[in-house]
Design a protein around this ligand. Structure first.
Ligand code: GLA
Length: 722
């Protein structure tokens, strides 16, 4: 009896609640954002609100979307009836802390492969406009979304939240894959099931996006996505600063994903008629697991996301790990010879070449004083460029333009050009401070540093642009009473400088580095040709680090250098570097004869096959997270050429590994299998070497790979035979 009463009261309560929260409103019309395979569908309710009704594989019949309910308001404002994390939160001039957003207009523009849909939302009571933009890259199946916020109130409004994107997902369970780490241990992959409430991936570093968390994720529906199966959304934010990706499962088990600039310490005072443009959030949907999602991103990045993505890249020898700060003209010009001998295109001079009052003999002084140290380099950079050319290689240089050592002439001259808190002692990281890039004079200084150097030495063919610290004790002397704008203005200023530089130097290759891999985001990569993944160049570690980046970035962006870190053979080091943009950072004169002749041969192999590595479709076949080995391959679009990399890590004794089935080949073609990069003295057991197989066999049965001893590797060239 008591139980029946309880049940009855629950039913009455539910009915009452339903009355308070009315059923989802009826639809007036739908707005469909779609690529070749994916649809993101909105509907406009009779109440003029915008709802997201669908995100997933494109339906054959668009009429079918009409049967879907208006469950989730698309871009939820704060202050009225929203009880979960909002996409946007604003304080009006009159103290009203709410927004209501109703659809006012929509427009679609087509530009070949790109279709851009803009949906204008307006508040019925306040002069505020929020425009949601979606560019659908048809062939690559990538959707880019960003938001523009504007108002005509009398005085600035305060923005507390300003998501680039809000997405809604409905499933029974949600699995999140994130990538995290620290200096020298970047991109550690971890997958976990989301539980009710909020999970946030974010960073508060200011000058760089990642170090502890990278702004990328996979969200799999219902069960963890594998490499080749499962429904998965892959997302990333194009912002080179503090970011936030927030995943919230509500009371009904629905998930909302808010992505954008981190609202942390960043209330934004938006002036009347100023447009606040959020960074771009990029995502793809795959119903064939993470592999397809990665390939979508790779193709998109080469076509649209990175500087010169379909162009070529220079191979290089860097002197950082070979000399650190300890070099002079003689040592360097000798190294040029090594670069030539290996057969690479360029010599890259790293840190330690500048500063006179405070020479840069270590990382404690000189940063900011960009004049050649005359005791080390008496004839200047021009001489080095000439000498390199005489030896037959190009010359590139390291810069860290946004930073300063307190022990420098720059700091002495401009103590107010530095981000630092008044009334607090300076806080150093790597003995340095961040310049206040929000100050136009500092922007001019950074631009001129590069411009003057390039004007004086037009033959400099490459720049490595570093950024070795995050913001702490953050305070901008320039922004004065707008301190909550520093984090945002810094990144905008960085882009402003890069825009100017790229207008003048559109083709100069520039590697982006951030004390290892701290700036790997598509906001910055528009201006850069490649990035430095990590200061950890031990090839065993690099298998994991490079594997991690491969989920979101094409191999042409990943600078993989062969160095003396790690005790593995030069073959293992080379084979690991070859899976991306290969380079060297090694003392060539200390190589044995066998090592040198192996390396020269490897450079030739690489030059022959690098287009395939850089632009082929990546298939990750065996994950180092699942087995004691890693196997991946790249196949070209016409499926007549492929290259496979197999890395044996620390296998247990007598482990029997199963054959590895290949992907990306044509079952109807025949392929010759040849092991390359063989080294004298390292015996490789590979019975398939030199044999021909049908594509069908390689896909369904696969190859037995030489995976049985510690830290060994094989590179296999796969060529169609007619
Ligand atoms: C950072 C970079 C390194 C190197 C040093 C130079 O740590 O990641 O590759 O350039 O700075 O100081």
């Amino acid at each position: 009896m008591k139980r029946n009463c309880l049940l009855l009261s629950l039913i009455v309560l539910a009915v009452n609640l339903k009355a308070q929260f009315p059923a989802a409103p009826q639809t007036q019309r739908q707005i469909i954002v779609e690529t070749e395979n994916t649809s993101l569908v909105f509907s406009v309710g009779k109440n003029q609100k915008l709802y997201q009704v669908y995100l997933g594989e494109k339906l054959l019949n668009p009429e079918d979307y009409k049967t879907l309910p208006n469950q989730h308001e698309a871009y939820i404002p704060s202050g009225t009836d929203n009880l979960f994390e909002p996409a946007i939160k604003m304080l009006h001039n009159d103290g009203n802390p709410s927004l209501e957003l109703l659809v006012a207009d929509e427009k679609v523009t087509r530009d070949g492969n790109l279709v851009t849909t803009s949906i204008l939302l307006k508040d019925p009571k306040y002069p505020v406009e929020v425009q949601l933009n979606f560019t659908a890259f048809q062939k690559e199946n990538i959707i880019k979304t960003w938001t523009e916020i504007k108002h005509q109130e009398k005085n600035p409004v305060i923005l507390f939240n300003f998501a680039s994107s809000m997405l809604h997902v409905d499933a029974d369970k949600y699995w999140l894959t994130q990538f995290h780490g620290d200096w020298a241990k970047e991109m550690r992959m971890e997958e976990s099931q989301l539980t009710a409430g909020i999970k946030t991936i974010d960073s508060k570093l200011g000058t760089r996006a990642n170090m502890y968390q990278t702004p990328v994720f996979f969200l799999a529906k219902n069960k963890p996505a594998t490499e080749n199966s499962g429904e998965v959304i892959a997302g990333t934010l194009g912002w080179t600063g503090s970011f936030q990706m927030l995943f919230e499962i509500d009371n009904e088990g629905s998930l909302r994903i808010n992505s954008g600039i981190n609202p942390f310490a960043s209330e934004y005072h938006l002036k009347p008629n100023e447009t606040f443009v959020t960074p771009e959030f990029l995502f793809t949907f795959s119903n064939q697991g993470k592999g397809q999602a990665s390939r979508n991103f790779h193709r998109w990045a080469r076509n649209y996301g990175i500087m010169d993505g379909n162009g070529t890249r220079l191979s290089l020898l860097n002197n950082w790990e070979a000399t650190y700060f300890d070099f002079d003209e003689k040592k360097l010009t000798d190294l040029f010879g090594g670069a030539k001998e290996l057969g690479v295109d360029l010599f890259l001079l790293d840190d330690g070449w500048f500063g006179n009052k405070y020479p840069r003999a270590n990382d404690r002084a000189g940063l900011g004083d960009w004049q050649e140290t005359t005791t080390k380099l008496p004839h200047g950079l021009g001489y080095l460029v000439e000498q390199a050319e005489a030896k037959g290689v190009k010359f590139g240089i390291w810069l860290e333009p946004e930073m300063v050592n307190p022990k420098s002439e720059l700091y002495e001259k401009h103590p107010d050009w530095v981000l630092k808190l008044p009334n607090r002692s300076e806080h150093y990281y790597r003995n340095q401070l961040v310049l206040d890039l929000t100050n136009p004079e500092v922007q001019e200084f950074v631009f001129k540093l590069v411009d003057d150097m390039m004007t004086k030495n037009p033959k400099i063919a490459f720049i490595k642009w570093d950024c070795n610290r995050m913001m702490t004790n953050t305070y901008s002397p320039y922004l004065k009473d707008k301190q909550s704008h520093v984090q945002i203005e810094y990144v905008r200023s960085f882009y402003r400088v890069m825009e100017r530089l790229r207008a003048k130097y559109p083709t100069l290759p520039i590697m982006l580095c951030s004390g290892g891999g701290g700036r790997t985001d598509y906001g910055a990569m528009k201006y850069f040709t490649e990035f430095w993944p990590s200061d950890n160049t031990d090839p065993y570690e690099r298998v994991f680090i490079q594997w991690g980046y491969s989920y979101f970035f094409p191999s042409i962006t990943s600078c993989n250098h062969i160095t003396s870190m790690g005790k593995q053979s030069i073959k293992f080091k080379t084979d690991v570097a070859m899976m991306g943009k290969m380079g060297y950072d090694i003392r060539v004169n200390e190589m044995t004869g066998d090592e040198l002749s192996f390396s020269k041969q490897a450079v030739q192999n690489y030059n022959r096959l690098k287009e395939l590595v850089w632009k082929g479709d990546l298939y990750r076949l065996v994950s180092p997270y699942e087995e004691d080995r890693a196997v991946l391959m790249y196949a070209n679009e016409t499926k007549d050429k492929a290259i496979l990399f197999s890395y044996s890590l620390h296998p247990r004794a007598f482990n029997q590994y199963s054959d590895v089935r290949l992907l990306g080949l044509d079952p109807n073609k025949k392929y010759k299998i040849v092991e390359i990069n063989k080294m004298q003295g390292i015996r490789s057991w590979f019975p398939s070497d030199g044999k021909t197989f049908s594509g069908d066999y390689l896909i369904k049965i696969g190859l037995k790979l030489p995976n049985n001893s510690d830290l060994t590797s094989a590179v296999i060239e796969i060529t169609e035979v007619k």
